[in-house]
Design a protein around this ligand. Structure first.
Ligand code: GLN
Length: 491
C-alpha cells in the first residue's frame, strides 16, 4: 500500500471512496506517525481512542454509502478550539486542565461531515506570537531545517503545531486561527497552504477569544484543493456568533483549477520593504510572472496606510485581548492560586497563570484603553484601521480582483533567535499579514519556492470580501507553477 500519510486530502477521499483503504487504516497510519514525531512537539494532546472510534464510524458510513464530504479524514485541531470532553487549554497554564462541556461550531461542522480528530495541536499562548515559543507546552519544531544544519527552526505561530503537523505528514489538515497572520505566516514557514477567510465567514463560537474583531479561523493543509475542501465544511452562518455572516457557502473546490484569464492582480508598492531579502523580491516577481502567464493582468497599486498597520494592530489587538482575558480569574476556569482575599486570589492566579507575552499584551491593552489615553491610542488606531480598509476598497473599486504580496519578510528562524531583547523584532513577522485582518479581508498563503538555505517561502494573495474562490483559483496557479514541497524526515 502507498504511504497513507503522504496522500493529499483529495487523494485520501478517493482512496476511501474506492475502498483502497479504510479510515481506520488511514487513521492508524497517522497515529503512528504522530508517535514517531513527538520530538516536534506539534500535538499537546493525542486522542487515539476517539480517533479510532470516529474512523470506525466513518467506515460504516462509507460502507452504507451515506458518507459526508470529509468522511474518514484525520485532522488535527488547534488547542484554541473547544472540544467537548477533550482538554482545551489555548496552551496557557491558566486554563489548566479545562475540559469544555461544548464543542466549537467549526469542529462540530467538521465532525458532522465525517472528519476524524487525531488530537489537539500546540500554539502560542492564547495565539499571541509568531513562533509558537510562548506556548506553556514549549516550542514546536519546524520539520524544515537549513541545508547542512541541524538547528531546529520555529514553524511560525501562532498556529505552529497545525503547520508543523501538516508539513510533517502527521495529519491531513488542521484547524488554525489568524488574528494578525497566524494561519498564513506558519503556512509560509512550513511550505503548507493556509487561508484566513473573510471576517464573518466562519463562526468564532467555541474558539478561545484573543482579539474578537480580528480573529478568524481557517484551515492549514498541504494543497490549495485540500484547503478548499476543509473551508467548505468550516464556513457558514452560526446564530451563536453575531459576527458570522448569513450568506451561502460556495463549493470552493469548484474554483480550484478555474481560469484566471483577464483577472486584474494588484502589486502594492508599499510592500517593497527596505532591506527585504533579495530572494523574497525574486519570489514575488516569479509569482507575478506565473499569474501573468496564466492570463492575469498585473497592475501596480498603492496601499498608502500600510506602514501604520502594525503599530495600529498592536494597539487594537492587545486592547481587545485585555478585555477578553479578564474572564480568567481563578473562579471560572482551570488554575486557581490562593490568596488572603479575593483580590489577592485573582492577582496570584493571573500572575502564575499567564506567560510573559500575554502579560505584556494585557498591560498594553489596559493602558491604551485607560482614561486619558483612550483617545490618543485606541481611538486613533481605530481611525487608522478605517483608512487601511479604505486603501483596499479603493483598490478593489479600480477593478482589482486580488493583491499579490510576499507572505512573510523572511524564512523560518531558529528557536530563541528572535524577540528576546526586543518584542518588536518578533512583531515584524506580521508586517505583510496584519493589514488583511485590520480590513477583514480573505488572504491565502501558498508555498512558492525556497531560499538559498533550502527553506520554504510563501506568497500571499488578498481578496475582496467573501471572494475566497478567486484566491483558490489564483493559489492553484501558483501551486501548479511552483510545485509542492515536502521536508526530509529527521525527527
Ligand atoms: N503574531 C501576531 C500576534 O502575536 C498574530 C497572532 C495571530 O494571528 N494569532 O499578535
Amino acid at each position: 500500500m502507498t504511504n497513507l500519510t503522504s496522500l493529499t486530502l483529495a487523494e485520501a477521499r478517493k482512496g476511501l471512496a474506492d475502498k483502497t483503504f479504510t479510515s481506520l487504516e488511514l487513521t492508524d497510519a497517522h497515529l503512528s506517525a504522530m508517535e514517531a514525531a513527538r520530538a516536534l512537539n506539534a500535538f499537546v494532546l493525542e486522542t487515539p481512542d476517539q480517533a479510532r472510534a470516529m474512523a470506525r464510524e466513518a467506515d460504516s458510513q462509507i460502507a452504507k454509502g451515506d458518507a459526508g464530504p470529509l468522511a474518514g479524514i484525520p485532522l488535527g485541531i488547534k488547542d484554541l478550539f473547544a472540544t467537548k470532553g477533550v482538554r482545551t487549554t489555548a496552551c496557557s497554564k491558566i486554563l489548566g486542565n479545562f475540559v469544555p462541556t461544548y464543542e466549537s461550531t467549526i469542529t462540530s461542522q467538521l465532525w458532522r461531515d465525517g472528519a476524524v480528530m487525531l488530537g489537539k495541536l500546540n500554539n502560542d499562548e492564547f495565539a499571541m506570537g509568531s513562533s509558537n515559543e510562548t506556548s506553556c507546552f514549549g516550542p514546536v519544531g519546524n520539520p524544515w531545517r537549513r541545508e547542512g544544519s541541524n538547528t531546529t527552526l520555529v514553524p511560525g505561530g501562532s498556529s505552529g503545531g497545525s503547520a508543523s503537523a501538516v508539513a510533517a505528514l502527521l495529519c491531513m489538515g488542521a484547524t488554525a486561527t489568524d488574528t494578525g497572520g497566524s494561519i498564513r505566516q506558519p503556512a509560509a514557514f512550513t511550505a503548507t497552504v493556509g487561508i484566513k477567510p473573510t471576517y464573518g465567514r466562519c463562526s468564532r463560537w467555541g474558539i478561545v477569544a484573543f482579539a474578537s474583531s480580528l480573529d478568524q479561523a481557517g484551515p492549514i493543509a498541504r494543497s490549495v484543493r485540500d484547503c478548499a475542501m476543509l473551508l467548505r465544511s468550516m464556513a457558514g452562518h452560526d446564530p451563536k456568533d453575531t459576527t458570522s455572516v448569513d450568506i451561502a457557502v460556495p463549493d470552493y473546490e469548484a474554483a480550484v483549477g478555474k481560469s484566471v484569464k483577464g483577472m486584474k492582480i494588484g502589486i502594492p508598492k508599499e510592500y517593497r520593504l527596505d532591506g527585504m531579502p533579495a530572494e523574497i523580491e525574486k519570489l514575488w516577481e516569479a509569482g507575478a510572472a506565473w499569474l501573468k502567464a496564466a492570463g492575469a493582468e498585473l497592475v501596480e497599486v498603492s496601499l498608502p496606510h500600510t506602514k501604520y498597520a502594525l503599530p495600529a494592530y498592536y494597539i487594537v489587538a492587545p486592547a481587545e485581548a485585555s478585555s477578553n482575558l479578564a474572564r480568567y480569574d481563578g473562579v471560572r476556569y482551570g488554575l486557581r492560586e490562593q490568596g488572603r482575599n479575593i483580590i489577592e486570589m485573582y492577582e496570584n492566579t493571573r500572575a502564575e497563570g499567564f506567560g510573559a507575552e500575554v502579560k505584556r499584551r494585557v498591560m498594553i491593552g489596559t493602558y491604551v484603553l485607560s482614561a486619558g489615553y483612550y483617545d490618543a491610542y485606541y481611538l486613533r488606531a481605530q481611525k487608522v484601521r478605517t483608512l487601511i480598509k479604505k486603501d483596499f476598497e479603493d483598490c478593489f473599486a479600480r477593478g482589482v480582483d486580488a493583491i499579490l504580496t510576499p507572505a512573510t519578510p523572511s524564512a523560518a528562524f531558529g528557536i530563541g533567535e528572535k524577540g528576546g531583547a526586543d518584542p518588536v523584532e518578533m512583531y515584524l513577522n506580521d508586517i505583510f499579514t496584519v493589514t488583511v485582518n485590520m480590513a477583514g479581508l480573505p488572504g491565502i498563503a501558498v508555498p512558492a519556492g525556497k531560499d538559498a538555505q533550502g527553506l520554504p517561502l510563501g506568497l500571499q494573495l488578498i481578496g475582496r470580501p467573501f471572494d475566497e474562490e478567486t484566491l483558490f483559483s489564483l493559489g492553484e496557479v501558483i501551486e501548479q507553477a511552483a510545485g509542492r514541497f515536502t521536508p526530509e524526515r529527521w525527527w
